[in-house]
Design a protein around this ligand. Sequence first.
Ligand SMILES: Cc1cc2nc3c(=O)[nH]c(=O)nc-3n(C[C@H](O)[C@H](O)[C@H](O)COP(=O)(O)O)c2cc1C
Length: 153
Amino acid sequence: MRAVVFYSYSGHTKELVSKIKEKYGYDILEIKPVEAYSDNYDEVVERAVDDTKNNYQPEIMDLDISKYDELILGTPVWWYTVASPVNTFLNKYNLKDKTIIPLVTNGGWLGHTIDDIAEKSGSRIKDAISLKFDGNKLCEKEKFEKWLKGLGD
Ligand SMILES: Cc1cc2nc3c(=O)[nH]c(=O)nc-3n(C[C@H](O)[C@H](O)[C@H](O)COP(=O)(O)O)c2cc1C
């Protein structure tokens, strides 16, 4: 059984997740930090410089992923890797027997995000996609539509 697990700070990843939900109706589980991030974007960007370097794992709300064997994992890129709340998720949950389909949004610098997902989860990785946003606009709409269609195969 498949679910979407995601974190989104500024809404891009969430927007794509709603399209997946619309088309396939998968269960959606949102990764929520216990302590919400500041609304000030620049502050969050600045803070994440050290957080991502230091493998920071903010506390997140509990999620029940036991019944799923495949997870579409949505994350923004934060300093060339997964967003810190997703880092917590990858470290906290036993994902070794699951398959992960990474859905990674970014501003053009993907870095080692997908490799990090593979390494930290120990999961089988398939059909990874990275999508660039320019401001709030998805640059690779066709690439996303094709991937979205392929999820049903
Ligand atoms: C803390 C922080 C760090 C970021 N670091 C990167 C980066 O290293 N490379 C990149 O391409 N975009 C980076 N971005 C841009 C986001 O990855 C991009 O806007 C993403 O689509 C945001 O997804 P969201 O709206 O779901 O949070 C960063 C954004 C934030 C807030």
